[in-house]
Design a protein around this ligand. Structure first.
Ligand code: AMP
Length: 280
């Protein structure tokens, strides 16, 4: 694996690979890699001659500076994992490489995706996600982009960004959420849970399973109310539990066969976790 820190070096390297007809797959991350990230990388490595992984903790997508400050950094371990899995290129840019002096962020039109759910609780978050993804996609220009279903709304936002700005140049692959044995979705933020919080955190998966198992038996409001109680009983404060249409993320009142997904965001201690489950 080669490690590249400069945008120009990465572009030169990838241009040479593209000239040889090699397909480029791209896995953007913020590091602190775990099996969830590795499942994206494994699929990418299987499907492309060149796999580029980026590690960049993007400051513009953090609406909470404490969260940014405490975001785990484990670069040495990440490099070992990337070598082990067979990644071709690690792109490890500085903030100045991604946002050079004078960089003018544009405003992305995301419609309702920007203000609903995560957008409501993390103002500015998806503009930041779009800024970094716009930059990274322009730099890497991949044939395929790998995203985790774990961040369901982010997948929809990046799909829209890709369509609006890059016009389907890049194929987007959404990879299922990897979970711990007790169902907790793998996340870099899990590292910050105490042993007790870690145990209680399984309530998120339990609530999602409850909604999935009971789908269609009651109105979705009733299901999300019970799911909220499961979370509250475990000590979570709940931002939202909702059942929505998969593409638009608009609420569905009664299950009527539309493609639906249950979304949850909840905080334990000061650690905010999100998860989701496809219902049909
Ligand atoms: P992050 O480093 O949190 O920005 O995540 C980088 C990519 O890994 C994103 O596309 C995430 O959705 C994906 N990802 C994070 N956790 C998981 C997981 N448990 N299962 C599958 N993909 C994940």
């Amino acid at each position: 694996m080669i490690i590249i820190k400069k945008v120009a070096d990465l572009q030169n390297h990838l241009l040479a690979q593209k000239k040889e007809g090699k397909k480029i797959g791209f896995v953007p991350t913020m590091g602190a890699l775990h099996q969830g990230h590795l499942s994206l990388l494994k699929q990418c490595i299987e499907q492309n001659e060149i796999t580029v992984c980026s590690i960049f903790v993007n400051p513009t997508q953090f609406n909470n500076q404490e969260d940014f400050k405490h975001y785990p950094k484990t670069v040495e371990k990440d490099i070992e994992l990337l070598v082990e899995v067979g990644c071709s290129v690690l792109f490890l840019p500085s903030t100045d490489e991604i946002y050079p002096p004078g960089f003018q962020p544009r405003k992305y039109d995301l419609g309702d995706l920007e203000t609903k759910w995560e957008g409501q609780y993390r103002p500015g978050h998806f503009q930041g996600v779009c800024q970094v993804m716009d930059r990274l996609l322009s730099i890497v220009d991949p044939d395929r982009l790998y995203l985790g279903q774990k961040d369901f709304q982010q997948c929809m936002v990046i799909k829209k960004l890709e369509k609006d700005i890059f016009h389907d140049r890049t194929e987007i692959k959404i990879v299922p959420t990897q979970r711990e044995k007790d169902g907790l979705a793998m996340s870099s933020r899990n590292l910050r849970l105490s042993a007790e919080q870690r145990q209680k955190a399984t309530a998120i998966y339990q609530s999602l399973l409850y909604i999935k198992e009971q789908t269609g038996t009651q109105a979705n409001d009733a299901l999300t109310t019970t799911a909220t109680s499961i979370l509250n009983d475990a000590g979570f404060s709940v931002d939202y539990v909702t059942v929505v249409q998969q593409e638009t993320l608009m609420p569905i009142a009664v299950q009527d066969g539309q493609p639906a997904v249950a979304l949850i965001a909840a905080t334990i201690g000061n650690i905010r976790l999100i998860d989701n489950m496809i219902l049909n």
